[in-house]
Ligand binder design. Structure first.
Ligand SMILES: Cc1cc2nc3c(=O)[nH]c(=O)nc-3n(C[C@H](O)[C@H](O)[C@H](O)COP(=O)(O)OP(=O)(O)OC[C@H]3O[C@@H](n4cnc5c(N)ncnc54)[C@H](O)[C@@H]3O)c2cc1C
Ligand code: SF4
Length: 493
């Protein structure tokens, strides 16, 4: 008899539970070691306890200080699936050596095994997400006819990425799935209150109603609601932001996906089925499929491909420590409308969609030269869907360009013009996106020129940055902009 030890991100039915029972562990050290968002702690504990309740007598749920202590308490070797972080992988290796773990099986949590990605990446001079995505579409037979893409194009990006509808305060789509809390959630809330008072955990953010699926049944209901009512609007406004609409037409599936409650291929298949049934347009479905079996899997594989030291890369020599207001999610300290709203979303929900992450929070951090490693830790702990594997490529690579361009060909930095085009924030902001100098100068616009000035030499060889760098040279008031931003220091804008 060998039990299966399931980590807290391996909770769906596609992870083998075998016939010999399951071990689940609440490790106080893992929960208390870092300043995780209160709602993230809630989601993880609620998911573990719900899974234990579902499995009934076949599951043992142990509450111990550490994972090793749980295995000692169990007193018999277990089988595991490959874990999702370097730290957990090292732990598993140690446990194999000491005989506490009998076997390590491949993870069914991602569609492509790691060796196959290594084969795909092997002979390539440059890794490109578009090539990987096409490979995935063909391999998984998603939106393809023979070897051609359905609709004649692999990407419908051009049809997507529209600004928000003029004058709209919200997108005209039904609300996302909202789970109903139960006794297990109440117990988790009590425990977290008690542990916080006792100093066992030091959460950030605020508590709030549970917004994300933590059981298989809830995850499937969330997927169904998204596909049936919201997927059709996903594509066109994928990159848009509205002050009055925090979810827009996004799926809110990253939490159940990262808890392992949904199989990514099942999610992509369901979206494709909606297209085949005539329930959602191709551009939206393709855009969504690209996120799930393209971006998500790409980021997962890059975590292993780039190795454990990638997280500490800092090719732009960004060394600014995160200021206190940023670290503490002090939205009230921030007057800039876009940044205020993004900070508030992180504080109150531990979640904002992709564009506030990339083009507001990440953009701000890049412009101010925040230390990429500290920022990675910030994203990982403050977001309800943050996990070790998902951060380096998204933060160090995509958002901060700290890897010298290994992941993205150019930095994702922009001035207020981008936010103005893609949102309704600027109209109600005390700053003016067109101004770069003066009391009402937009800190993103001024920050953009300041960033280019600071990094001009380091970005010189990047042909995609040639034009912005040339524009900077023509800026008559550049010295004034740079001095103004230096004077701002690490104050909240
Ligand atoms: C700076 C930064 C930090 C991020 N941190 C996280 C994180 O902690 N956890 C996380 O899961 N995603 C992260 N992302 C990716 C993406 O922003 C979120 O997956 C997405 O916003 C989650 O909301 P959703 O489920 O409504 O996604 P949707 O917009 O509905 O997209 C569908 C799914 O695609 C997947 N996906 C799309 N893009 C990515 C990506 N770049 N990386 C990984 N998965 C992707 C997610 O699983 C998501 O649920 C980050 C991106 C950036 C730029
Ligand atoms: S004016 Fe600048 S700071 Fe204000 S919302 Fe627009 S981009 Fe953000």
């Amino acid at each position: 008899m060998t039990r299966r030890w399931l980590f807290a991100d391996q909770l769906g039915p596609h992870f083998d539970v075998g016939r010999d029972g399951v071990l689940l562990v609440e490790s106080r050290r893992a929960l208390g070691r870092r300043p995780f968002h209160r709602q993230k702690l809630h989601l993880v504990l609620s998911a573990l306890r719900h899974r234990a309740a579902e499995l009934g007598d076949s599951a043992v749920l142990l509450r111990t200080d550490s994972y090793t202590e749980a295995l000692r308490e169990l007193g018999e070797p277990v089988r595991v699936h490959e874990p999702t972080s370097y730290a957990a992988e090292r732990l598993v290796r140690r446990l194999v050596a000491s005989g506490m773990v009998e076997s390590v099986d491949p993870t069914p949590g991602y569609s492509l095994p790691r060796e196959e990605f290594a084969r795909w990446a092997g002979g390539r001079r440059r890794l490109r997400m578009d090539d990987f995505y096409r490979f995935q579409r063909q391999r998984l037979d998603l939106l393809v006819e023979g070897d051609r893409p359905v609709g004649g194009r692999w990407s419908f990006d051009e049809d997507n990425r529209k600004p928000p509808p003029k004058g709209a305060e919200r997108l005209d789509v039904p609300a996302p799935y909202r789970p109903r809390e139960d006794d297990i959630d109440a117990e988790v809330r009590d425990d977290l209150d008690r542990w916080t008072r006792a100093g066992h955990v030091s959460p950030t953010g605020v508590d709030g109603p549970r917004l994300f699926a933590v059981t298989r049944r809830e995850a499937v209901a969330a997927l169904e609601r998204f596909v049936t009512h919201r997927l059709g609007s996903f594509g066109p406004h994928e990159d848009a932001m509205l002050r009055g609409d925090w979810a827009m037409a996004h799926s809110l599936l990253s939490v159940p996906l990262n808890l392992g409650l949904l199989d990514p291929v099942e999610v992509a298949d369901r979206a494709v089925q909606a297209y085949r049934d005539g329930d959602a347009p191709l551009a939206s479905v393709e855009g969504f499929v690209r996120q799930v079996i393209g971006w998500r899997e790409y980021v997962w594989h890059l975590y292993w491909h780039f190795g454990p030291t990638y997280r500490r890369r800092n090719s732009l020599q960004a060394r600014t420590p995160l200021p206190d207001w940023f670290d503490r999610l002090d939205a009230e300290a921030v007057e800039a409308a876009c940044l205020h709203d993004a900070m508030e979303g992180v504080r109150d929900r531990g979640w904002v969609h992709h564009i506030p992450r990339l083009m507001v929070l990440g953009n701000w951090a890049a412009q101010r030269g925040y230390d990429p490693d500290a920022l990675t830790e910030w994203f990982q702990t403050r977001f309800v869907d943050g996990y070790d594997w998902v951060m380096p490529a998204n933060v160090v690579g995509m958002s901060q360009h700290a890897d010298g361009g290994a992941m993205a060909t150019k930095p994702y930095v922009s001035g207020g013009a981008y936010v103005n085009r893609m949102s309704d924030y600027c109209g109600g902001c005390r700053y003016d996106p067109k101004k770069r100098v003066g009391d009402d100068a937009c800190p993103f616009t001024a920050g953009y020129w300041s960033y280019l000035d600071r990094n001009a030499e380091r970005l010189e060889g990047n042909h995609r940055m040639a034009r912005p760098l040339q524009q900077r040279r023509r800026l008559a008031d550049l010295a004034e902009v740079v001095a103004q931003e230096r004077h701002r220091g690490d104050a909240a804008p």
